[in-house]
Design a protein around this ligand. Structure first.
Ligand SMILES: Nc1nc2c([nH]c(=O)n2[C@H]2C[C@H](O)[C@@H](COP(=O)(O)OP(=O)(O)OP(=O)(O)O)O2)c(=O)[nH]1
Length: 161
């Protein structure tokens, strides 16, 4: 049986009333939650793009014909010059911005290799989970940040790191 999330997404794409309500394209986005030594990696969006200057998790748009997991591995490589292993799906949600709808798929990932470089962002940094809510993130990320802050107690992070 389809999950509640899958049914909502099918409705987004196929229900004519939903399509009329939405402004602009529906974009699927894979994002990586990378944890190391109790801290989470965040990157800062460039100026001149959608949501300029905000902090976010590395990731990006799924190309046509690509799976969401393949998209995640490709985006991490392109944006950070690093290789990760996907551990598990953590959170999925669609969000309507004024000019587009994004469907975010967030996965916990483990860093396998590579020196991290901000190849597609202004900067990157590692932050403790209790600082997540104090950074300016896109509106769509708020429920994800709340879930993460709850889930990632100091102890559980250290086990993952
Ligand atoms: N990567 C990322 N994107 C996010 C997050 N939260 C959020 O609302 N978004 C939105 C911003 C963008 O509208 C969309 C991702 O698109 P993007 O512009 O980063 O994708 P991309 O790297 O493929 O960029 P490009 O090919 O257009 O240069 O998802 C997040 O935490 N990480």
């Amino acid at each position: 049986m389809a999950s509640k999330f899958t049914s909502a997404i099918v409705r987004l794409f196929h229900d004519p009333a939903e399509r009329r309500r939405l402004q602009g394209p529906i974009i699927e986005v894979a994002i990586a939650i990378i944890v190391r030594d109790g801290e989470i990696l965040v990157t800062r969006r460039k100026e001149g793009v959608h949501l300029p200057g905000l902090w976010e998790f590395p990731g990006g748009k799924r190309d046509s014909g690509e799976t969401i997991r393949a998209c995640l591995l490709r985006e991490v490589k392109e944006e950070l010059g690093a290789t990760v292993e996907i551990e598990r799906l953590f959170w999925e949600r669609s969000h309507d911005y004024a000019d587009r709808t994004v469907i975010l798929h967030a996965y916990f990932c483990r860093l396998l290799s590579g020196d991290l470089m901000p190849l597609a962002s202004q900067e990157l940094k590692w932050i403790r989970p209790d600082s997540l809510l104090s950074l300016p993130f896109p509106e769509a990320n708020r429920p994800l940040l709340e879930k993460l802050a709850k889930e990632l107690s100091r102890d559980s992070l250290e086990k993952k790191g």
